[in-house]
Write a protein that binds this ligand. Structure first.
Ligand SMILES: [Zn+2]
Ligand SMILES: [Zn+2]
Length: 423
């Protein structure tokens, strides 16, 4: 086994801590939506002490400097998937199986990680049963999914509770810009037109834009810009899991990870900040446009300084299942806080082809019926007739058409019957 053969690391045991049950010795697991760890065998509970220290954001530049000198990192042992590149926490109880990110078989080939401390997390609120129900509901809604996928779901969906790594960044930004402000003004313009066969001169109002140079400085403080630090999950899927209730973040405690897995970050701290800048950019652009004012704005240059950058390394809870189908990976994820479901899905070409065929048949059938009706209609005179279904029997009678209510002939409403010429 891994720990036995590996030289023991200098800063403590890197494998996830085990929390033995005080009553029976089994492993306690965090119970979603609670503040306790629970024993699956005897039900014994252990309350998780809330850390008294507040969540501390770290200084970005200082940490980058420290990282270069390899300090303030924690070591951990993780399982690495060669197929998709994911690294996730080693679980003493699970040595082999499928990668929860891509469904490829993985053997317990572990590797050491040096990574920054986790400052905070959102514990799971949605339990496994709820996530499984959500997964099955999602699958049931997939009409075009291949039957094989539904079988996969039936034989107990392999759902993994995973803490996914994220960065959050704070920054005080100051942006100098240069551009142009456009103000609308109206001028009267005369033009020639033809009226009653004569050429006349008319005037109209035309809107024009007067451009003037603009320059200035805008500042904005950004708080908790969220950046995914995983490369194993597609950003398109994870972004749709937002928003997260980041106000509920708790100081990191390993107890919340018991019974779950956690992924190691693959997006480094400085790479994450590049993404954060992309997220901040549209807001800064709107600030500049507002600052320029007028009816139109042009921005020629903008130079942003990012001051007092602070960050947190956090973990957010996701239930996930990855399945391979025809050499492609499809993932299903549930927000472990809100229950929001997102997934990628295959389509069954057979089912789609069948549906198109069925649609064509129905359409063909419809055309045939319509043609039949049209032919029948052409063979007899048509009346512009509106039956008075609401009419009482007393109102009926005296007409040349049988009433649908009383069965007696009724007068026609509206135009008198006109026989349309045929053909
Ligand atoms: Zn127990
Ligand atoms: Zn994988």
């Amino acid at each position: 086994m891994l720990q036995a053969s590996d030289p023991s690391p200098t800063d403590g045991n890197p494998a996830p801590r085990r929390f033995p049950c005080a009553q029976c010795g089994a492993s306690l697991e965090y119970a979603p939506g609670t503040e306790v760890q629970r024993c699956a065998y005897c039900g014994h509970e252990n309350r998780i002490a809330v850390a008294a220290t507040p969540i501390e954001e770290q200084d970005f530049r200082q940490t980058l400097h420290d990282l270069a000198n390899t300090t303030t990192v924690r070591e951990s042992v993780s399982i690495h998937c060669d197929s998709c590149g994911a690294s996730y926490s080693f679980d003493a109880a699970v040595h082999a199986g499928e990668c929860p990110f891509c469904g490829a078989p993985v053997v317990a080939k572990t590797e050491r990680h040096r990574e920054l401390q986790i400052q905070a997390l959102l514990p799971f609120k949605i339990g496994r049963d709820q996530a499984r129900t959500a997964f099955r509901q999602w699958l049931r809604g997939l009409w075009f999914a291949p039957g094989k996928l539904k079988d996969y779901a039936r034989n107990d969906a392999r759902l993994t509770g995973m803490y996914v790594p994220y960065w959050t960044y704070d920054a005080n930004t100051t942006t100098r810009y240069q551009g142009e402000r456009g103000d609308n003004y109206q001028v009267q313009e005369s033009y020639r037109a033809i009226e009653d066969g004569r050429e006349v001169v008319r005037t109209r109002l035309v809107t024009k834009v007067r451009w003037s140079p603009a320059a200035g400085v805008v500042s904005r403080f950004f708080d908790d810009v969220l950046v995914l630090a995983s490369r194993s999950l597609p950003r398109a899927v994870t972004e749709r899991l937002e928003p997260w209730d980041l106000a509920q973040l708790l100081p990191y405690r390993e107890e919340y990870l018991s019974g779950f897995r956690s992924e190691m970050y693959q997006v480094e701290l400085d790479q994450g900040f590049e993404r954060a800048r992309e997220i901040m950019a549209p807001t800064i652009q709107r600030d500049i446009q507002r600052d320029i004012g007028g009816d139109h704005q042009r921005i020629h240059a903008a130079d942003t300084r990012y001051g007092e950058i602070r960050f947190k390394h956090i973990l957010l809870p996701v239930w996930m299942s990855a399945f391979r189908f025809r050499d492609r990976v499809y993932r299903f994820v549930v927000n472990g806080r809100s229950g929001e479901v997102q997934g990628e899905r295959p389509y069954s070409p057979w089912k789609i082809a069948f549906a198109i065929l069925l649609g064509l048949l129905l359409l063909g059938g419809g055309i045939a019926v319509w043609q039949h009706y049209e032919e029948g209609a052409r063979s007899r005179p048509q009346f512009d007739y509106r039956p008075r279904f609401g009419a009482s029997p007393r109102e009926c009678g005296g007409g040349n058409v049988i009433d649908a209510v009383c069965g007696s002939p009724v007068a026609l409403v509206g135009r008198p019957p006109v026989a349309r010429p045929v053909g």
